[in-house]
Design a protein around this ligand. Structure first.
Ligand code: CU
Length: 111
C-alpha cells in the first residue's frame, strides 16, 4: 500500500517536468504548424478577385521566395482562402512558387 503510494507520487513528480517541457514544445510546434514549409509574411489585402481566383496583397518581405516588400497579385491554392479575405484585412500569409506562378497557401488574420 505504502510503496504503491510512493510509486504513484514518484510517477507524478517525474511527470511534471516532462509535462512542462512537452507543453512548451507543443506550443511552439503549434505556432509553427501552418508554417512547416514556409514562413508567414505580413500583408494587407488590396483586392479579392473571386472570378479569377486571385488576390492582391501588399506584402512585406517573403523570405522563402526571396521577395522584397511590394504589392502584387497571387493565385490561391484553395478558393476558400478568398472567402476569408476582404480588402483592407491585415493578414499573415504564406506563399510559394508553383508552375511559374506565386500561390498563396495560407492566410490568417494578423492581430
Ligand atoms: Cu511580391
Amino acid at each position: 500500500m505504502e510503496s504503491a503510494l510512493m510509486t504513484s507520487l514518484l510517477a507524478v513528480a517525474l511527470a511534471i517536468p516532462a509535462y512542462a517541457q512537452q507543453n512548451a514544445a507543443g506550443h511552439s510546434a503549434h505556432q509553427a504548424a501552418p508554417t512547416a514549409a514556409t514562413a508567414l509574411s505580413d500583408g494587407e489585402i488590396r483586392k479579392v478577385d473571386r472570378d479569377a481566383q486571385k488576390i492582391t496583397i501588399r506584402h512585406g518581405p517573403i523570405a522563402n521566395l526571396g521577395m522584397p516588400p511590394m504589392t502584387m497579385v497571387f493565385q490561391v491554392k484553395d478558393p476558400a482562402l478568398l472567402d476569408r479575405s476582404k480588402t483592407g484585412d491585415k493578414v499573415r500569409f504564406s506563399a510559394e512558387k508553383a508552375g511559374g506562378a506565386y500561390v498563396v497557401t495560407h492566410i490568417e488574420s494578423a492581430k
